[in-house]
Design a protein around this ligand. Sequence first.
Ligand code: MIC
Ligand code: SF4
Length: 645
Amino acid sequence: MGKTLTQKILEKQLVVGQYEQGKEIGIRIDQTLTQDATGTMAYLQFEAMGLNRVKTDLSVSYVDHNTIQIGFENADDHRYLQTVAAKYGIYYSRAGNGICHQVHLERFGKPGTTLLGSDSHTPTGGGIGQIAIGAGGLDVALAMAGEPFYLTCPRVIKINLTGRLQPWVSSKDVILKILDLFTTKGNVGCVFEYGGPGIETLTVPERATITNMGAECGVTTSIFPSDDETRKFLAAQSRENDWQELSADPDAEYFKIVDINLSELVPLASTPHSPGNISTVKELEGLEVNQVCVGSCTNSSFRDLMVVAESLKGKRVHPHVSFVLAPGSRQVVNMLARNGSLADLIECGVRLVENACGFCIGNSQSPQSNAVSLRTSNRNFLGRSGTKDANVYLVSPETAAAAILTGKITDPRDMKMPYPNVEMPDKFAVDDSMILPPSDNPDNIEIYRGPNIGEPPTNDAMPESINGIVTIVAGDYTTTDHIIPAGSRMKYRSNVPKYSEFLFEVVDPDFYHRAREIKESGRQNVIVGGVSYGQGSSREHAALCPMYMGVRAVLAKSFERIHTANLINFGIVPLTFKNEADFATIQQGNNLEIPDIREKIAHGKPLQVKNTTQGVEYEVEYDLSERASEIVLAGGMLSLIKNKA
Ligand code: MIC
Ligand code: SF4
């Protein structure tokens, strides 16, 4: 039987276990990336491991999230990151150089290798034929220390592309179609592997848009073969030597095959407040738009911004629309400047902002109250834009361009404009001067630590029994943006006690006070969640801050992959209801006892939960490998490492 591309790469990298669907495996990681918002904690954890240098082939530290710099905290963190990178053998991409995923694709991504990134959109690298996976910062720190990365050996789903995209329909519409088919839940442990004749019609940046936003389906990663298009892209980035041809065997067996005919796709949009709520643009037509934001790691390539620039050339932004553009990288903006498109955009009335995450993470450009905001980014969770009652729609650059001109949601195919034919350049404007290599004299580097940097907190071992209180009953699809907001709060990422004050701020601003009271009374906090708990980002603070507040268990209907791993890494046990109907019996403030939890997890025995307030008792389940049980019982990975030392 032939092999999928995923299997070929994972088998090559396998260091623990056997390639068997559903089993835990450990793989060697070739490359890592971090960004500043998750990176400070990741490097503090790396430092705590006591190594002199990273053990990966390549590690890159990007600064792209917290670049607004209101107050000293962000700039101090950047300086910390720069000195750590210089000392430990890490490349440092300075603020202003661009968004980690875009820059990594341009300058470092290598077909056939593995990349682990402390950001959930790391699968962008799948566009170039890399197995690129998002993870919590601690897992990335461990990978930098040469440890294997553990994952569930995936079920590989083939997405078979046929046909060709029609004018004004683009790769964003492909991934929105996939979100429509697969939704944001139920895909844990899967990989989307693309194939079929349609892939030849897509360039690497278009493929990367698709693999980037596969993250919203909750898959482990997404990957395209490495073919002649990949070679051309790498050659245009002056990196043809990094190319190798890679594809699945023709007789590879897949868990499932889903066909998508590109020729039949139409412009689509995610409607508020989930990337999985899909409508056609036609269905939304006429809705007045207040803001259009173009950029983010999903849609900020040269191709995407050229489509927008060409569509707007010689025209003016609609008077009711605020048009914001955040280019993906310095390379992209440089090329737009050189070919005159930047001037076209400025003439049109763009509000040009830094090459960074910016609006996408809600640290700037929050729209007005009740706004309709069209964005080319990948997440429209409640409150993420910084304006809680805003309605954010996720669209393609083409649909964004139409709304910039008309002030309404408009099907771009009806604009009666010629479709911009953007050719991929033979040579991109390569200039790595904003990527600083590590120091040749690491001993001379002193690490800078501003007052915002605290020690990463650790946890105590799991108690014999849990005698806890339900601090919150969170609903279905609770995302990490609900658990701990980013935006203007993100500057406290290096200061866990302070950042913890904002836990569940968007949905329940009193959470912190209740949790503190319970913790101070010597009881444990227990979080109860619905379906797909922990969707979205990789931010480990969604586990680290609850841990700091004394949360010991999360009991949910189901969990998403990265968040589960983060909970385990910080000594919080993820439990699921054996019978989902038991969820309805729990209320905030109930006493929950889990007797003999230590002993039972250690021996893999079933766990009983007693709700002594409601007088009910039932079984809950957990799916922990031997390795994961050991971590949870020790009180998290750092405690385990300390115990072993
Ligand atoms: C996001 O898009 O939500 C983020 C901000 O990039 C996060 C990482 C973070 O919270 O720092 C992600 O996607 O993992
Ligand atoms: Fe940055 Fe947004 Fe991409 Fe996250 S999704 S890495 S915040 S651009």
